[in-house]
Write a protein that binds this ligand. Structure first.
Ligand SMILES: [Zn+2]
Length: 307
């Protein structure tokens, strides 16, 4: 019997970097983590990461084909990270090449949303799909687009910034310097802003976290339900426009806000279907929650690039 194949997946985040050994069936083992903020320079960080990767590779029960890394602002083509708002180091650094040199194994990197899409394709609900969009609804809104079976990178590796499609002209100010981006409505921060507006207008103390909004919706709180209705309206409309470009088979939601499940899905689907161009109405795509929502999807996705 042929030995199982393995890859090492790395989920690099602002606070913690998680590392795990992934087999070809999507099982994670030997998980460990580094505190990303403990390292003064990218070089210090890469040295520590290299050590952990070598330790895990050393105890793997089969061949390790390489290391995949999902990281904020990582560029698949250049292998570098540049000016990530969320990482402790603002300078440009060629993470892929630095790690490859240290460990002498193949390394691939991409941004976290694209890694999540890879994970969904190999191990989640998108198994067997050729055209789908994975939308990460977290602190920001990111996306990984798979078209004709391939992840879309664009000529510079930056394709798929769906979070910065303008949802409302002259709307809320966005971190990118423009106004009305989808991210300012459909991220965790965006939904809190919506909640604040609705609650203050009703003389109520606003929710403090997006999780609180979901919990309130679960017990039928009308304000919380209204927050999801408004959020779904904005999100569904933007996705209907995105659909005209890509005509995906499914749009999959992942991340903190996706935990709201039907509270978010139902109003989003309603707005989506209302706005959808008539030619697509016969064979509408499915809107669904990720199959990897409660697994360590970022590690799986990163490993999926090299397995
Ligand atoms: Zn923006």
């Amino acid at each position: 019997m042929a030995k199982k194949k393995y890859a090492i997946g790395v989920d690099m985040g602002a606070s913690f970097t998680k590392i795990g050994l992934v087999d070809e069936n999507g099982n994670i083992s030997n998980e460990t983590e580094l505190s990303t903020t403990d390292y003064k320079t990218p070089k210090n960080f890469v040295d520590a990461l290299a050590l952990q990767v070598q330790l895990i590779a050393g105890i793997a029960p089969g061949e390790v084909s390489g290391v995949g890394i999902g990281a904020p602002n990582a560029n698949y083509h250049s292998g570098a990270i540049n000016n990530s708002a969320n990482l402790p180091w603002k300078e440009y650094f060629p993470l892929r090449d630095m790690l490859m040199e240290a460990i002498d194994m193949p390394v691939k990197i991409t941004n976290d949303a694209k890694a999540a899409a890879q994970g969904e394709l190999l191990f989640g609900k998108a198994k067997g799909m050729k055209d789908f969009i994975l939308l990460t609804l977290g602190t920001g809104v990111g996306s990984g687009i798979v078209s004709n079976g391939q992840l879309v990178y664009g000529h510079d590796g930056m394709a798929g910034e769906l979070g910065h499609i303008i949802a409302k002209p002259n709307g809320r100010p966005c971190g990118c310097g423009r106004k009305g981006c989808l991210e300012t409505y459909a991220s965790a921060t965006g939904i809190l802003n919506t909640a604040q507006k609705i609650m203050m207008a009703n003389g109520l103390i606003p929710f403090q976290t997006s999780r609180e909004i979901t919990e309130a919706a679960m017990i039928g709180n009308p304000m919380a339900l209204e927050v999801f209705n408004q959020t779904g309206k904005v999100l569904g409309k933007v996705l209907a426009h995105v659909h005209t470009v890509l005509s995906p088979e499914a749009i999959i939601f992942f991340g903190g806000l996706a935990n709201a499940r039907d509270f978010l899905l139902v109003p989003t689907r309603k707005a989506f279907e209302e706005e959808l161009l008539f030619v697509y109405k016969e064979d509408k795509p499915e809107l669904m929650i990720s199959g990897l929502q409660h697994k360590n999807a970022a590690i799986l996705g990163a490993a999926a690039m090299v397995i």
